[in-house]
Design a binder for this molecule. Structure first.
Ligand SMILES: NC(=O)c1ccc[n+]([C@@H]2O[C@H](COP(=O)([O-])OP(=O)(O)OC[C@H]3O[C@@H](n4cnc5c(N)ncnc54)[C@H](OP(=O)(O)O)[C@@H]3O)[C@@H](O)[C@H]2O)c1
Length: 321
């Protein structure tokens, strides 16, 4: 697969979000299936894998997902880029005596579960109330020097410039898709200017843009984010149908799937974007990786963009959740 840069870190053009093997989309597959799915993605050319310490059933534990990713990629560790994330509280900073001490404790836990000596991108998962971002950035710089991380990033944190000035960032991981375009206003232009990669999460809008969700689709009761994703209320699924239809038309024209067109759209639009679609299904994971093969011509992209701009989006998740 073609590659792109997140700062100085080279990754496959499409990455893989591993969260759903542990949290967020209902029943989890078996550990064996999850490991095979990750290894299968690697065999298809994916070299970028996304996890977080908090991805565990119902977000009630730590490390379920990191353990799976660690087991799956142990034998090919040197060939892949792993991004993981931490939450940080001011209480633990006080307890550990410093931001560095607190972050390092989180990192050591992640490295142990990932069966590795370093992680490639270490993200602050959300703003940490009471902890200055400059201190987090300074800590990340020190961890880079210690070769415990290769680079760092922010996820849904809105003080990028203050962080960047202390220790240059490798990536910003925020929500971004054809129906969540806030990042286009300031974040992506800033990242382009400063050589920072953009890693969109929920790039298929939690399944909406695949065209496979209808008003009859029943989401699962337990640990399924689709119950509150705003574009996926029954009313908004119906209201967003013009966007789904638009994708369907391009999919037909390009002999691709709607999910692939939605990913190809962002790949065409920005050279520093590397989406991390998530799926619990081996075939759909490969389908999503193959979006890298779907080339939109300038003309196709422009007419798709123009049509998209004419559609109103119903439901907005934005920055908070
Ligand atoms: N930083 C953060 O705060 C944050 C937040 C959320 C997620 N993330 C990361 O981003 C990754 C992706 O996010 P996400 O899983 O919410 O994104 P997503 O890929 O937009 O949505 C996943 C949903 O779409 C379905 N889907 C995916 N590809 C499909 C296809 N080709 N055809 C039909 N349905 C398809 C999946 O169903 P199936 O499983 O049935 O295929 C699943 O229900 C996560 O794995 C995680 O690593 C980060």
């Amino acid at each position: 697969m073609k590659t792109r840069k997140l700062g100085e870190i080279t990754v496959s053009e499409v990455g893989m979000g591993c969260m759903a093997f542990s949290h967020g989309y209902g029943k989890m597959p078996s550990e064996q299936y999850s490991i095979e799915a990750i290894q299968n993605a690697y065999a298809y050319g994916c070299t970028f894998f996304d996890t977080a310490e908090i991805y565990s059933p119902n977000l009630s534990g730590i490390g379920h997902n990191e353990r799976i990713v660690g087991k799956a990629l142990h034998d090919v560790r040197g060939n892949v880029v792993i991004g993981t994330k931490l939450f940080l509280s001011s209480a633990e900073v006080r307890r550990e005596g410093s931001v560095y001490g607190a972050v390092r404790r989180h990192l050591e836990g992640s490295l142990d579960r990932l069966q590795t000596d370093y992680t490639d991108i270490y993200y602050l998962h959300r703003t940490s109330g009471g902890v200055r971002i400059e201190e987090v950035a300074e800590t990340m710089g020190r961890l880079v020097e210690e070769e415990l991380i290769r680079g760092w990033g922010l996820s849904q944190v809105d003080v990028i410039d203050r962080a960047q000035q202390v220790t240059p960032l490798s990536a910003i991981q925020n929500i971004y898709s054809m129906v969540e375009r806030d990042m286009e206003q300031a974040v992506i232009p800033y990242c382009m200017e400063h050589n920072i990669g953009v890693v969109p999460f929920s790039p298929i809008a939690s399944g909406l843009l695949s065209g496979k969700i209808t008003t009859d689709t029943k989401f699962e009761r337990n640990d399924d984010v689709r119950n509150w994703v705003p574009q996926l209320s029954r009313q908004n699924i119906a209201a967003n149908q013009p966007i789904v239809d638009l994708l369907g038309r391009y999919a037909k024209q390009k002999d691709a799937t709607s999910a692939q067109i939605s990913l190809a759209w962002m790949l065409h639009k920005y050279p520093n974007v590397v989406p991390i679609p998530g799926s619990k299904n081996k075939d759909r994971i490969v389908e999503n990786l193959n979006a890298a093969q779907v080339e939109l011509t300038t003309e196709e992209f422009e007419s798709l963009e123009e049509s998209l701009n004419q559609c109103r989006v119903y439901g907005h998740r934005g920055f908070t959740r």
